[in-house]
Structure formats: C-alpha cells, structure tokens
Design a binder for this molecule. Structure first.
Ligand SMILES: Nc1ncnc2c1ncn2[C@@H]1O[C@H](COP(=O)(O)OP(=O)(O)O)[C@@H](O)[C@H]1O
Ligand SMILES: [Mg+2]
Length: 250
C-alpha cells in the first residue's frame, strides 16, 4: 500500500514553490521559467553530484500539474543562514565553515559546465550600460585570468544546510559554472553587500583570502565586473551600489 505523506511548504519565491513530501523535496516552477532553464538547473545539479560534493541527489525532473519540477532528496537540517541569525555570537565560526565549503567546491572540476566568463560577458552586453562601457567591461572580462574551478555562483548561507550531525549539504545549483574562484568570491561578497551586510561581506572576503592565500587586491578586481553583469537584473534599490562598483574601475 502506498504511504500517503503530508505535503509541507518549505519556501515560496517569485515563480517558485518549494515543498516537502515524505523524504523528497519538490522545487517547482511556474510558466515564467522555461523548460530549458529548469532542465539546465537539473543538469547542473546532476553534474555537481558527479563531482562528489555533498548535495541533495536528484530523484526526478518532471512536470506536475503543469509546473516543471526538480525532485530531490529532502535534507533534514537547518540552513547556515538561520544558524547565523539565531547565533550571532558564532558568526566567525560559521564564516569559517562557509569558506571551507566554498574552497571545497572550487577544488572540484566539471568540464562540461558553462564557462562563467561567457555567461558574464553575455549579460554585460544585455545590460543597459552605454555602449562604450559595455565594450570596455566585456574586454576586461576577457582579459581576466581563466580557470576551470567549479563555481556555485550563488553561494550564500541560505544555500547550505547543516544536519544534526554537523554534515553540510550545498543547495541550489541553478547558476553553477566553471571559471576563476575569485569571481565566485566576488559574487558572494556582492550577495552579502546587497543584503545589507557589508561588514559580513568584508569579513568574509578577508577570511577567504587568508585561507586561500590569495591577495585581497586581486579578488577585489573582480567585484566591479560581477556588479556590471548584475545590472541586467536591474532591481532599482541595488542599482546605486552596483553602479558605485562599476564606476570604481580605474
Ligand atoms: N533538498 C532540500 N532539502 C531541504 N531543504 C531544502 C532543499 N532544497 C531547498 N531547501 C530549502 O528551500 C530553500 C530554497 O531552496 P533553493 O533551492 O535555494 O531555492 P531558490 O533558488 O529560490 O533560492 C533553501 O534555502 C532551503 O531552506
Ligand atoms: Mg537558494
């Protein structure tokens, strides 16, 4: 006899509904998401699973009541975001863990993932910056050193779940790409800053550079380039912060 499980909503975002049924997590998308974008997220997640990183395993990609859905293992635990909110005194400890996880991601390779640089230059050409700035920034992107690390590209504490036994799972691979690790660090820096956590962004950047043995000056060079590519999303309240970074390029 089939067991009937209660359906529990986990999160709701613009165009997305995420719920749990039994031991499975359903990430479902409305019609504003193309089939190809959902399949791409599923494909990224499958590719990352093959790198051996600790992530929820995909069970199925399907269409349920007209909505595309990625069905994966449900991970019982608490996000690092919630842990940081609930235990502010442990911020340093959690940031250490956060950086260690990101270093592990960067140590992996997945040669078929999209190249981050190609994605970013494409976004810059689609931004509303004036033509000469677009050209200049795309040129700068092209000149930045290439690499082939796995990059999460949306690495932030809401995308890490810690289980009761302390094991970390990394979620949400929709933006995963391959490229230079410093670009991913610049992206995470901006996520913190745009979330109103500039001090955490600074602490995180310093910690990452210390652990990785990279100079801060080098990583900071990527921030305006990432900021320019973010302008395509064009959230009005973010524009000023992003433009300040873009204009900081000498
Ligand atoms: N496999 C999973 N197991 C448990 N919780 C999950 C899982 N996937 C997502 N979640 C929860 O849902 C939230 C949103 O999922 P996520 O894939 O990050 O969506 P989004 O793309 O909207 O950020 C996560 O922050 C986490 O709390
Ligand atoms: Mg997420």
């Amino acid at each position: 006899m089939k067991t009937v499980h209660e359906i529990k909503q986990i999160a709701e975002r613009k165009g997305k509904l995420i719920y749990r049924e039994g031991d499975k997590l359903y990430k479902t998308f409305d019609e504003t998401y193309s089939k190809s974008s959902v399949l791409n997220e599923g494909l990224n997640q499958a590719r990352i699973e093959e790198t051996g990183l600790n992530i929820p395993k995909i069970v199925e990609v399907s269409v349920i009541h007209g909505r595309c859905a990625i069905i994966m293992e449900y991970i019982e635990g608490v996000t690092l975001e919630k842990l940081m909110q609930d235990n502010p005194e442990k911020e340093d400890e959690y940031l250490e863990l956060f950086v260690d996880i990101q270093l592990d991601i960067h140590s992996r390779r997945s040669p078929l993932l999209t190249k981050f640089k190609d994605k970013m230059t494409d976004k810059i050409f689609k931004s509303d910056l004036d033509a000469s700035t677009r050209y200049d920034l795309a040129f700068r992107w092209r000149e930045m050193p290439d690499h082939n690390s796995v990059l999460h590209c949306d690495f932030n504490p809401s995308n890490v779940i810690i289980t009761e036994s302390g094991k970390a799972y990394i979620l949400d691979w929709s933006h995963a790409s391959q490229g230079n690790a410093s670009a991913d660090v610049a992206k995470t820096y901006l996520i913190f800053e745009l979330d109103g956590k500039k001090n955490v962004a600074e602490k995180y950047l310093k910690l990452f550079c210390k652990k990785r043995g990279t100079s801060e000056e080098y990583v900071r060079k990527w921030i305006p380039l990432i900021a320019a590519a973010q302008l395509i999303k064009g959230k009005a309240e973010n524009r000023e912060i992003l433009m300040n970074h873009v204009n900081s390029v000498e």
